[in-house]
Design a protein around this ligand. Structure first.
Ligand SMILES: Cc1ncc(COP(=O)(O)O)c(C=O)c1O
Length: 387
């Protein structure tokens, strides 16, 4: 069955009709049907809290983790929920024992919270972060692999690689990167916050050591639905940041319970996956990829600037250079964001290599008219910013 996308399906979400939503990437958006499923789980939890937490939750959580594992191409025993990708990355990095002089490799477009986590674990041990530069704009996949290859040394203890970079929306060639790192004896943590729902995944086939991600972005799960995957030989030494009753009981025992919290977002994930498949699954991903590319070209044309990604490295987020000087300052990016909010729209702007870039998302409820509206709005917004 083919579902009509764009404005005709927007009513499935509770999105503000007066706001131009072209930023699915930051926080996702949860459809009403999935929110109803979350409400059902909450009602069940509150009807008899003890029965729910003590008797029902362990099995229900494993069932939801199994559905996620199938979606990720992973074995269910290697997948556990976490509130978000940041906490998953923290679990991996803070479970490692670094020594003075060790190196943690990451790319220059790393997500800032993960950059901070790396800085924190490095500081504790006298280790250091080493950056593999992403040549920008419009990098070739091979140039990124080369850059990572150059950054690996005999002190590299782990490579932390974004599957899809946050500030630039680039889909990195993770198969080649994992192969390269493993050949050099370096384990790999992939930060796949933007992966599920935007690109196909086969984590066991990929052979990656650890993969963390979120489902509240491109799978439209309720907020607070992330996960951690660990390859079979990486599970024993891995612990959640919060140590609880399951300590020493193995990967799922430790991660399935980190203290009392509302697990309804995790338990609603099978409904999110079903919704995503109803929207088209692989066909939706392809449609969003084409729409994001078209949107970026359209907006770059209107601003007389350029796009940031080659088609072979683009996913459901397009990148457009803004015609703004002095753009290397982070405060400039915040001002753009505030000005867009004031104009009833939103898209993150990031300084990259001396220019400011705007990231546009394309999801099921978007259509090309959204970006035409944005292209009309932007010159006025930017002009006001300059005044
Ligand atoms: C690459 C990357 N990592 C981590 C995150 C953080 O995700 P969360 O807030 O779910 O932890 C993001 C969010 O945009 C991201 O883009």
């Amino acid at each position: 069955m083919t579902v009509a996308l764009g404005t005709s399906i927007r009513h499935e979400w509770g999105l503000d009709p007066d706001f131009l939503t072209v930023n699915h990437g930051s926080y996702g958006a949860t459809p009403l049907a999935v929110r109803a499923e979350q409400d059902r789980w909450r009602q069940r939890m509150e009807a008899q809290p003890t029965r729910f937490f003590f008797l029902e939750l362990p099995g229900a959580l494993r069932e939801a983790a199994t559905a996620l594992a199938h979606f990720l191409g992973a074995d269910p025993e290697g997948v556990a929920f976490s509130p978000n990708a940041t906490s998953g990355a923290n679990a991996v990095l803070r479970s490692m024992r670094f020594a003075a002089g060790d190196e943690v490799l990451h790319v220059s477009h790393v997500y800032n919270a993960v950059r901070n986590t790396i800085a924190y674990v490095a500081e504790q041990a006298g280790a250091k972060a080493v950056i593999a530069d992403i040549p920008f704009p419009r990098p070739e996949p091979a140039s990124i692999v080369k850059s990572i290859e150059r950054a690996i040394t005999r002190r590299t203890r782990i490579a932390v690689i974004d599957h899809i970079t946050s500030p630039s929306g680039l889909v990195l060639p993770v198969e080649d990167i994992v192969r390269l790192c493993h050949a050099a004896g370096v384990p790999v943590l992939i930060d796949g916050a933007h992966g599920p729902g935007q690109v196909p995944l086969d984590l066991q086939g990929l052979g990656v050591d650890w993969y963390v991600g979120t489902c509240h972005k491109w799978l439209c799960a309720p907020k607070g639905c992330g996960f951690i995957y660990a390859r079979a030989d990486r599970r024993d030494d891995l612990h959640p940041v919060t140590i609880s009753h399951g300590y020493g009981g193995g990967f799922t025992a430790e991660f399935d319970w980190t203290g009392t919290m509302d697990p309804s977002a995790f338990l609603s994930l099978p409904a999110s996956i079903a919704f995503y498949e109803k929207l088209g699954g692989a066909a939706l991903r392809e449609r969003n990829r084409k729409l994001a590319a078209e949107a970026a070209t359209l907006v770059a044309g209107a601003l007389k600037t350029e796009v940031g990604a080659l088609p072979e490295m683009a996913g459901s987020m397009g990148l457009v250079r803004l015609p703004i000087a002095l753009a290397s300052k982070r405060s400039e990016a915040v001002r753009v964001r505030q000005a867009l909010q004031a104009a009833s729209t939103d898209a993150p702007a990031h300084p990259l290599d001396g220019a400011l870039w705007l990231r546009l998302s394309a999801y099921a409820y978007n259509e090309i008219g959204d970006y035409e509206r944005l292209a009309e709005l932007l010159p006025e917004v930017l002009k006001r910013l300059g005044d």
